[in-house]
Design a protein around this ligand. Structure first.
Ligand code: ATP
Length: 358
């Protein structure tokens, strides 16, 4: 049985705004789940309903098979880390971490042992006597995490915990949080708008848009088998290229180019006849030049960005723009004409109207 179950969860705010629609998800004990999506898609609202900080308008929330809709935050056994660290500025790191257990009236020796073992996990042992203002952003965020994990709770909730850190600190903290999750084994839900955080940290990702779940899956599933154009464009960097196309006489027509789609669609081809489609391919899936078992396309180079390990090539093809990611040694000249190949298996086709994958 699932450890956490959200069944047809909805949130309608008092002003009538319907922020979350029929959210369904089952989480196993110990899973690391990431809610990802653009600003305003309902990630925080859903997390706050799980935390008990926001009422659930309708639907069922179960913890370990027991209905939890009406339980208060403390009774749910959750700990939460917010974007703002919200540390007590006049208290040392030790006291900040100890605070939750002290409130519970825990035994002093037990608190001391827990503070020290938490500090060890977080690499904060040498900083226990410091005040928060004498710490870096990353260290402060670790104290905030320490405050949450010191109480041995079953559910750990994090809302954009890394957004106040610089790019380098974010990379470090990403792997530290994954490590802490491994050590504590707590079922974790992590909210972010950053697809890289989602891809690198999650066991499973929930992609949201405008209050609706778009897809739930492992990072691999979302990258290789996106359900729709939104997920395909959101997961992956640079994003997937989308080129408008139409199917006529069994072939795909992109402007003047005609591509035989039978490799891709097989028997489904007939059903696509006359339809407007979107031809999608990832920048990293292409190879320059003509290759077998691929769609061969021609384009003009508008701009190149050499990034060291690869070059992003901004191209114009058939009136549309796209990006190719190529080996830096093969960087083409700006304004030159290039030919590139997209392997059959790397092409995604979407219905132009519904934006669902075909
Ligand atoms: P962000 O990344 O910007 O925090 P989010 O995906 O977490 O975005 P939420 O904070 O869950 O989004 O908000 C979802 C929607 O609900 C937004 O359109 C927001 O304006 C709206 N909303 C949030 N709180 C309230 C409220 N108290 N009353 C009415 N609408 C609200």
């Amino acid at each position: 049985m699932a450890y956490l179950t959200l069944k047809n969860i909805n949130k309608i705010y008092p002003n009538g705004f319907h922020a979350v629609h029929n959210f369904n998800l089952e989480m196993e004990k110990g899973e690391f789940i990431v809610f990802v999506g653009p600003s305003g898609c309902g990630k925080s609202t859903t997390l706050r309903m799980i935390a008990g900080l926001e009422d659930i308008s309708n639907g069922d929330f179960m913890i370990d098979g027991r209905r939890a809709n009406e339980l208060g935050p403390r009774e749910r056994g959750v700990a939460m880390v917010f974007q703002s660290y919200a540390l007590y500025p006049q208290m040392t790191v030790y006291d900040n971490i100890a605070f939750g257990l002290e409130l519970q009236g825990a035994d002093e020796d037990y608190i001391d042992e827990r503070v020290r073992s938490t500090a060890r996990i977080l690499g904060l042992t040498d900083y226990l006597d410091r005040l928060p203002r004498a710490l870096s952003g990353g260290q402060r965020q670790r104290v905030a995490i320490g405050r949450a994990i010191i109480r041995k709770v079953g559910i750990f909730l994090m809302d954009e915990p890394l957004s106040n850190l610089d790019a380098k600190q974010r990379v470090t903290m990403r792997s530290e949080i994954t490590q802490i999750h491994r050590e504590t084994g707590a079922t974790t839900i992590y909210v972010t708008h950053d697809q890289t955080e989602a891809m690198t940290m999650a066991d499973r990702i929930v992609v949201m848009k405008e209050g609706y779940i778009q897809q739930v899956g492992t990072p691999r599933e979302l990258y290789f088998s996106p359900a729709n154009m939104f997920v395909a464009g959101f997961i992956g960097e640079p994003p997937m290229n989308f080129i408008r196309a139409a199917v006529k006489d069994g072939h795909i027509r992109i402007g003047d180019a005609v591509l035989d789609l039978s490799h891709k669609l097989g028997e489904r081809l007939a059903r696509c006849e006359g339809r407007e489609l979107v031809f999608g391919f990832r920048p990293e899936a292409v190879r320059l030049g003509e290759h077998e078992s691929s769609y061969v396309l021609h384009a003009e180079v508008e701009l190149t960005e050499m990034l060291g390990d690869n070059t992003n090539v901004y191209i114009k093809m058939l009136g549309e723009q796209a990006i190719l990611k190529v080996d830096p040694h093969d960087t083409p000249e700006t304004d030159s004409a290039i030919t590139f190949s997209v392997p059959y298996e790397s092409v995604y086709l979407f219905d132009a109207e519904t934006e669902q994958v075909i």
